[in-house]
Design a protein. Structure first.
Ligand SMILES: [Fe+2]
Ligand SMILES: [Fe+2]
Length: 370
């Protein structure tokens, strides 16, 4: 009887023996770029509350309503994109990487945390400073009911959910004889393309308006926040683009051709929605034409991050916006507050000694009261 029990226990323990848990060893490079992205990401870390938005209020309060509306709607579009990039986009791509890629996962998870906890939160901070609760509620309802915005979210998140499904299949059914590794790789590649389209392309129609103001020295604090977000998103798009290229290189020529067609079809599907979304926001401020040029400019950049040739002809982007976009060449200008002289807020705990005042000061304070 006892022998039989031992055999039974062995059987139960068998699958556990197969599992090998390992730790992330940062002493060994996983590749020649991930640790550089790690350093860059962490050195860029910032918090939404580090930037006071109060100085913008005197400009905001005198803006005409159509301009306020356009500004707020753009930030809402950005909120929706960042929310889902944080909730599912980055986490699902991270989970899809093979188990031994601990450093890559760490970099993606860090990026994912920034999307919602920092970027989306920052847009909310701007709303809370500029607008009433009722206006904020109405704005979010506008986004929830916007046909094109919802369609864009559905398309992007659709590829994330599909990869989520494949992650599950890989984890629990990869021993099955019908398991198709190529199908998994294709789902992974498509989700990465969706991610790069979001990071390097779709965000930018929303960035355009704050940059347009920033380039003219207006709403500078919000513009500073947009610059910090933009700096993050640009390395996010580069990193995921690089991972996508690695996956793409493993495919057969035939499959590469098929997926190149898909990359362009998906681009055009999003482009159609993006154009209508731009019209619905920018017609009211006569900037639709300019913003659509910017949309095509950034679609090309996203394709280049993915290793593909540009799709659209090159066009001249509004120099005011390019001025706001270029974070590297800015010089500090104390009068307009323009520049990337951003510093993190420093704080320290209150101590008992902080409440010991000089006698002189107390006397003069009491004197003032009299
Ligand atoms: Fe983000
Ligand atoms: Fe991002």
């Amino acid at each position: 009887m006892a022998k039989k029990k031992v055999e039974q226990n062995k059987k139960i323990l068998e699958p556990i023996k197969k599992v090998l848990y390992e730790g992330a060893n940062w002493n060994q490079l996983e590749d020649d770029y991930t640790q550089q992205f790690y350093e860059q990401n962490l050195s860029q870390f910032w918090r939404p509350e580090d930037i006071s938005l109060q100085p913008d209020l005197n400009v905001w309060s005198i803006l005409p309503e159509n301009i306020q509306q356009a500004y707020a709607k753009n930030l809402l579009v950005l909120t929706f994109l960042d929310t889902h990039q944080g909730d599912i986009g980055m986490p699902v791509v991270s989970r899809s990487l093979d188990d031994h890629f601990h450093q890559r996962k760490a970099v993606l998870n860090f990026m994912g945390a920034m999307e919602n906890a920092v970027h989306a939160k920052s847009y909310s901070n701007i709303f809370m400073t500029y607008m009433s609760n009722q206006e904020i509620d109405e704005l979010f309802i506008w986004g929830e009911k916007h046909k094109n915005l919802q369609k864009i979210m559905q398309l992007i998140v659709g590829y994330y959910k599909e990869l989520d499904r494949f992650n599950y299949i890989k984890q629990f059914m990869s021993d099955n004889k019908d398991y198709d590794q190529t199908a998994f790789d294709v789902a992974q590649f498509k989700a990465m393309v969706a991610s790069v389209y979001l990071e390097t392309w779709l965000f930018y129609s929303g960035f355009y308006y704050p940059l347009f103001f920033y380039g003219q020295g207006k709403l500078m604090q919000a513009g500073e926040i947009i610059n910090l977000i933009l700096r993050d998103e640009s390395i996010h798009g580069l990193y995921v683009g690089r991972l996508a290229q690695e996956v793409f290189e493993t495919f057969s020529n035939e499959l590469q051709e098929e997926l190149t067609t898909w990359v362009h079809e998906f681009l055009l599907e999003l482009y159609h929605e993006q154009n209508e979304l731009v019209e619905s926001i920018y017609d009211a401020v006569d900037l639709t034409h300019d913003v659509k040029i910017f949309v095509r400019y950034n679609a090309n950049k996203a394709l280049m991050n993915l290793g593909f040739d540009p799709y659209f002809e090159p066009e001249d982007v509004n120099p005011v916006v390019l001025n706001g976009l270029n974070t590297e060449t800015k010089t500090m200008d104390n009068f307009s507050m323009k520049g990337n002289g951003y510093q993190k807020m420093k704080s320290e705990m209150l101590k008992d000694t902080d409440f010991i005042f000089e006698k002189k000061k107390i006397i003069s304070f009491e004197g003032d009261k009299k």
